[in-house]
Design a protein around this ligand. Structure first.
Ligand SMILES: *Cc1c(COP(=O)(O)O)cnc(C)c1O
Length: 366
């Protein structure tokens, strides 16, 4: 059986270092807001090239806190609109509606699965205050034109960088392209913890201080609360694991690129659409390798029968979810097509050539 993602093997690669760190944290008696978090925040800031990193409890909190901070600072108000891709993972959209902001869904580009930047300007209204770009599946979405539009209309660009840590656009890392970015270190992400963890990065001093307070019960001085905040912390155990694994991230992303390149050049079925390998390869970190076929369900069962585990990212479009029943009658044809046709193949830094050969051979005989 080829697993979709062998997390056990991924983490066991570094077991000596990780176990030593975990034991050290355990024995220290200090489990929250300590040295491991401070060092991870400094390490991630250095890696991304930003001034501030704030460790938080998970990726959804990272995005919620960015928007909440903009509201506390008077940059946004409940009822304002935030543009967001219609085919993203639900968390991007939840972060917007959770703050009383209105998500305005924009269809993707079918070739990249990322938000179609040519449709953005027509969706900007007097109430639009930001755009939440999602580097979906690990592929960067950014352009000078997007930056120009954000300046022209005074929009905040917020990156959902849950899937693209390590990717670069024009030599700049994702997480440093917009005004603020949310990261997830959910175990299955390219940089995964051994539980929940997340972070916000930004170069904005005021925003960083506001998010830090909001994540700490709305307080920056013990027992004095400036905001009605929440408790969202990245604990020392998770920070310790992330400090070890961050050192290997670039190497692991390179291994993912090699697999993606092989899949793209060797999967030959005319029924299957493989993703494009970007001209600038650093624009993709291949969090997911997503193919598309009108015969998706048959292909998935065939692969399961041949002991290859696949997943669907994602089976139901956000506007078709019961949670957003007010949108159920709306039509986003490209998203609907994507949700009906996509299938994610195994891709990870611990797959060997034999497994990759097997997957390619099996698909080509479908
Ligand atoms: C994983 C993910 C999130 C949420 O991260 P959690 O840490 O699970 O809260 C948000 N957006 C996208 C695109 C994701 O893939």
């Amino acid at each position: 059986m080829i697993k979709f993602l062998d997390l056990q093997q991924i983490n066991l690669q570094h077991h000596t270092e990780i176990e030593a760190k975990l034991l050290q944290v355990f024995q220290s008696g200090w489990y929250l807001m300590g040295q491991e978090l401070a060092s991870f925040e400094a390490n991630l800031s250095h890696y991304i090239g930003v001034k501030h990193t704030i460790g938080v409890a998970n990726g959804l909190d990272a995005l919620r806190l960015i928007l909440r901070a903009y509201i506390e600072l008077g940059v946004m108000n409940p009822g304002d609109e935030i543009l967001v891709p219609s085919n993203t993972y639900i968390a991007s959209i939840l972060a917007i509606s959770d703050n009383g902001l209105i998500p305005v869904l924009i269809e993707p580009d079918i070739d990249t699965y990322n938000i179609n930047l040519t449709h953005i300007e027509e969706k900007i209204s007097a109430k639009t205050k930001g755009i939440l770009i999602v580097h979906l599946y690990g592929r960067v979405i950014f352009s000078q034109k997007l930056k120009d539009l954000s300046e022209k209309y005074n929009l905040k660009i917020i990156e959902d960088n849950a899937q693209a840590i390590g990717a670069e656009w024009n030599g700049i890392k994702t997480g440093n392209l917009g005004h603020a970015a949310g990261f997830s270190f959910y175990p299955g992400k390219n940089l995964g913890a051994i539980g929940d963890a997340g972070a916000v990065t930004t170069n904005d001093d005021t925003l960083a201080a506001t998010i830090r307070a909001l994540a700490n019960y709305g307080s920056n001085q013990k027992y004095l609360n400036i905001y009605k905040g929440l408790n969202s912390r990245l604990d020392e155990m998770q920070a310790a694991v992330l400090n070890v694994k961050l050192k290997y991230l670039d190497h692991e992303n390179t291994l993912r690129r090699k697999i993606a390149k092989r899949y793209i050049s060797e999967i030959k079925s005319p029924e299957i659409v493989v993703p494009e390998y970007p001209e600038h390869e650093k624009e993709h970190v291949w969090h997911l390798f997503v193919i598309r076929t009108s015969d998706r369900n048959a292909l998935q069962s065939y692969l399961t029968d041949n002991k290859i585990q696949t997943l669907i990212h994602y089976p139901v479009a956000p506007h078709k979810q019961q949670a957003y029943k007010e949108w159920n009658e709306l039509s986003y044809p490209l998203s609907e097509k994507i949700h009906a046709e996509v299938l994610s193949l195994p891709i990870s830094p611990v797959m060997d050539d034999e497994q990759i050969n097997m997957i390619i051979r099996t698909i080509n005989t479908f």
